[in-house]
Design a binder for this molecule. Structure first.
Ligand SMILES: C[S@@+](CC[C@H](N)C(=O)[O-])C[C@H]1O[C@@H](n2cnc3c(N)ncnc32)[C@H](O)[C@@H]1O
Length: 220
């Protein structure tokens, strides 16, 4: 079976990753979502990245959080468990997944605001309203990252952070051989990684966890 559906990364050694996954404790509901993801082949954040996400949120304690790409709510609940006081808004364009996520939020007692919309359109709306966030997590279509990046920047408060998932794309972005069908996606991710590095008032850090995370901090 393709590693993805075992919720394993393509860039970490599987035995090391499994050891970490067994070591790191997670709430029962998160384990349940991991099992559902494997059974029904619904993509979720890799558990190694989820643990990192939760830890970062726990440390930063962001007041206002925006997530783009709710899926079935696995990453959202990791954010919630990291800091239960956070005011979380999450957006996804897939109605069925969002409904499933809502069930999990309800069961976990997580007061999350869900929005059914295209992420870029919703971001435009937020910009128009002049809204800002302490923490933004982006886990949607990777080829859209360069576009999300421009739009998301003004939404980040000074000193705030945006975290983008899958930026190493199974290592293809870093030079690992890949099928030509991934060419466009790889090119766009490379463009994204180059651009974020060049912004003067941002600090970009690439973290080789899960499928690769890009930590983007807006400097004060
Ligand atoms: C990898 S899944 C998200 C997994 C989720 N973060 C989790 O850990 O459970 C990507 C999600 O992004 C959503 N998506 C993709 N492109 C989008 C867009 N332009 N606007 C909103 N949602 C989008 C998909 O419907 C899908 O549910």
């Amino acid at each position: 079976m393709f590693k993805r559906w075992k919720n394993l990364s393509e860039i970490l050694l599987p035995e090391v990753e499994e050891f970490c996954n067994n070591y790191n404790e997670r709430e029962g509901i998160l384990k349940e979502i991991e099992e559902l993801s494997q059974r029904e082949k619904v993509p979720i954040l890799l558990p190694t990245s989820a643990v990192f996400l939760r830890l970062i949120v726990d440390i930063l304690k962001p007041k206002r959080v925006l997530e783009i790409g709710t899926g079935i709510g696995y990453s959202t609940l990791n954010i919630y468990f990291g800091y239960r006081e956070a005011e979380i808004t999450t957006v996804d364009s897939n109605r069925k997944r969002l409904e499933k996520a809502k069930e999990f939020f309800e069961r976990a007692g997580a007061p999350v605001k869900t929005v059914l919309s295209d992420g870029l359109e919703y971001v435009r709306e937020l910009l128009f309203r002049g809204e800002t966030f302490d923490f933004i997590f982006v886990d949607s279509v990777k080829s859209e990252y360069p576009f999300f990046n421009y739009k998301v920047q003004p939404l980040i408060k000074e000193g705030g952070v945006a975290l983008f998932d899958n930026v190493l794309f199974r290592g293809y972005v870093a030079g690992r051989d890949y099928d030509r069908k991934y060419e466009r996606g790889v090119k766009l991710l490379k463009k994204f990684l180059k651009e974020v590095k060049e912004y003067p008032n941002f600090e970009a850090t690439l973290i080789p966890v899960g499928d690769g995370l890009l930590f983007l901090k807006k400097l004060i």
